[in-house]
Design a protein around this ligand. Structure first.
Ligand code: AMP
Length: 219
């Protein structure tokens, strides 16, 4: 599981980790963005409401998120393991996940918590560009694509997420502080937390992450 403020680089690290470990990537944010791209008639009322929360930078209600995760329980049984990115984000979600995992006889190996000072987080968010097709994440300065505005992997046109705009960023940071930060204590008390500084380039952070995961000691 990856924890950390929005923009800290969880998506980029998830990409690296999944390709290295051949794990299944489960990102609730990606699920919501895919729903946004779907036809309006394919949206359930709960999903349409969820997208309104997302646009404003607020957290989507726990029940909606949990229903989406429960539908994807096979992802958690993937042979290469699974990587949770952006889920859970509240203690209620973490408790529900614990029940779901227990019921399926699945264990979490580690919870990686990335830390970065606020001003750096904001700089990362404002320069972030995302691929709508393969979900790869770039940054205009720190991780630019080879051709400006185009995804290196699939050639799709990169876009800036609606919720990366300043007015939504402020709301997201507040939601993070209030609802998600308590998860570090939740997982520390279970001996699963691995805290990792998220300064530096993506490759450097990835090396740090692999080292901590191999080492396996709680921090
Ligand atoms: P992310 O791509 O992980 O930054 O998620 C984008 C947005 O989707 C968040 O700002 C929330 O509005 C919503 N979202 C994603 N995951 C969750 C979650 N686990 N709980 C509540 N809302 C979520």
């Amino acid at each position: 599981m990856l924890l950390g403020a929005p923009g800290v680089g969880k998506g980029t690290q998830a990409e690296f980790l999944c390709s290295k470990l051949k794990a299944c990537h489960l990102s609730t944010g990606d699920i919501f963005r895919a729903a946004k791209a779907a036809n309006a008639c394919a949206l359930t009322p709960a999903l349409s409401a969820a997208l309104q929360f997302m646009r404003r930078g607020e957290l989507v209600p726990d029940e909606t998120v949990l229903a989406l995760v429960a539908e994807r329980v096979n992802c958690l049984k993937c042979e290469g393991g699974f990587l949770l990115d952006g889920f859970p984000r509240t203690v209620a979600e973490a408790e529900a996940l614990e029940t779901l995992l227990k019921r399926n006889g699945i264990q979490l190996d580690a919870v990686v918590s990335y830390g970065l000072p606020l001003e750096q987080v904001v700089a990362r968010l404002s320069g972030r560009r995302t691929c709508p097709q393969c979900k790869a994440v770039f940054h205009v300065q720190a991780r630019p694509p080879k051709v400006e505005g185009i995804c290196d992997h699939c050639g799709a046109k990169l876009f800036q997420r609606e919720d990366d705009r300043p007015e939504s960023v402020r709301v997201r940071m507040e939601a993070y502080e209030t609802s998600t930060v308590p998860l570090t204590d939740f997982y520390r008390s279970r001996g699963l937390l691995r805290s990792i500084p998220a300064d530096g380039g993506p490759e450097e952070i990835f090396e740090r992450t692999m080292k901590v995961l191999r080492n396996g000691k709680p921090v």
